[in-house]
Design a protein around this ligand. Structure first.
Ligand SMILES: CC(C)(COP(=O)(O)OP(=O)(O)OC[C@H]1O[C@@H](n2cnc3c(N)ncnc32)[C@H](O)[C@@H]1OP(=O)(O)O)[C@@H](O)C(=O)NCCC(=O)NCCS
Length: 355
């Protein structure tokens, strides 16, 4: 992997600071550059319509006016790097609670997104300055609550080496498959995949516990430490199933749990969501199958295959051309291998670092 060398090492070092309203056009240009670079290595396609970028610049500016010079708006952090009064880089970060924390202290994940340094300014410490400043702002905001920094990186992106250099490590893997692909596996298995109902709440809570335990053991602590399965957790899933969104509502979003049964016992689960990518990405339905968990490792690949097959079918019905499969174990593990056998391709990885 090529190491980046600065094209102009006589630069004054760039300074990372809060984005302000006059930065909006430069931020929009950097985003465009980022999306084109990402699209070339398998990321979402961005529109080429110049009008979309005019309204995007306006949207960014409106938001920055609201923030009045603060780096923070709600749970969103927005910074730029400036050098000789010119914006040469930018980063966003979102503070998220990804796990289910009933009666337990939550783990906060600071998800770094849309990091980019202008090509002419790369290799001079600007990317690092942006990441460290975002981490610092997040820590300050949360006043001592432990933070996990996360970055999702396309698996063909050379910036994996950048994050590694900054102390991040890959902890979770994601794959992607066309929904039109025919499942190459025989369909005669004793397992039956279906959408979950409120009667599955206990099974969902137990499978969630198994999922968190597996992720925690693999140093992916975004979902917190394993908590006991208690009535509060079961109630949480009963509520979640009750309030699942169907694609018939106005948001055109779908959020549903899928389970696999064998002999009337639920033995695996995953979550499927279908939402709409917003312009300036080419607006298309985006399907994500996440959080796969099986009661026992013995049949995990077959159970996973059932869920992938049902997920793909539902995603296709809702117009998604691709289905992303997230929260996978490392590529040499059986679940990732099962995903590849079913026609998925490696897509991205989630890299983590404790603050
Ligand atoms: C990734 C990116 C932000 C790095 O910014 P940068 O300003 O060039 O990085 P820095 O100069 O701060 O590099 C910090 C360290 O990482 C190393 N590094 C940076 N890019 C690297 C690469 N492609 N390969 C190997 N090492 C790299 C640097 O050599 C430096 O190491 P050092 O501390 O030993 O000197 C920049 O290359 C970029 O904008 N890429 C395109 C957009 C992108 O993919 N963003 C990531 C989104 S997930």
């Amino acid at each position: 992997m090529a190491r980046v060398t600065p094209t102009n090492s006589t630069h004054t070092p760039a300074v990372a600071r809060a984005a302000t309203r006059t930065d909006a056009p430069a931020i929009c240009d950097l985003w465009q550059q980022l999306w084109h670079e990402h699209e070339a290595i398998g990321g979402y396609a961005a529109t080429r319509d110049p009008e979309a970028y005019v309204s995007l610049t306006q949207r960014i500016e409106n938001e920055l006016v609201r923030r009045a010079g603060s780096a923070v708006g709600g749970r969103h952090i927005h910074l730029v790097a400036s050098c000789d009064k010119r914006v040469v880089g930018q980063i966003e970060a979102w503070l998220e609670q990804l796990g289910v924390f009933v009666g337990a202290a939550p783990t906060v994940t600071c998800e770094l997104r849309s990091l980019i340094v202008a090509p002419h300014a790369r290799g001079a410490g600007t990317g690092k300055a942006l990441v460290e400043k975002a981490a610092q702002v997040a820590s300050h905001l949360l006043q001592g609550v432990p933070i996990l920094l996360a970055a999702e990186v396309l698996h063909r992106n050379p910036s994996i080496a950048f994050y590694t250099r900054l102390g991040f490590a890959p902890r979770s893997w994601n794959a992607q498959m066309p929904t039109s692909i025919a499942s190459p596996l025989p369909r005669s298995t004793p397992f039956q995949a279906r959408q979950a109902t409120h009667r599955d709440a206990r099974a969902l809570a137990e499978l969630h516990h198994a999922f968190v335990t597996r992720k925690y053991a693999a140093h992916d602590s975004r979902f917190g430490a394993p908590q006991p399965v208690n009535s509060a957790l079961i109630e949480h899933f009963a509520d979640a199933v009750q309030h699942m969104k169907t694609a018939h509502d106005q948001t055109r979003a779908l959020s549903t749990y899928l389970v696999v049964e064998h002999a009337h016992a639920v033995c695996a689960a995953a979550h499927l969501s279908v939402s709409q990518l917003e312009p300036p990405f080419v607006p298309v339905a985006r399907a994500v199958l996440s959080g796969f968990s099986a009661a026992s490792a013995a049949h995990a690949p077959e159970l996973f295959a059932e869920l992938m097959s049902l997920g793909r079918h539902i995603a296709k019905l809702h117009g998604a051309p691709m289905m992303e499969i997230t929260d996978l174990d490392a590529p040499n593990q059986p679940i990732f291998q099962a995903a590849l056998q079913l026609g998925a391709q490696p897509w991205s990885l989630t890299m983590l670092r404790e603050r």
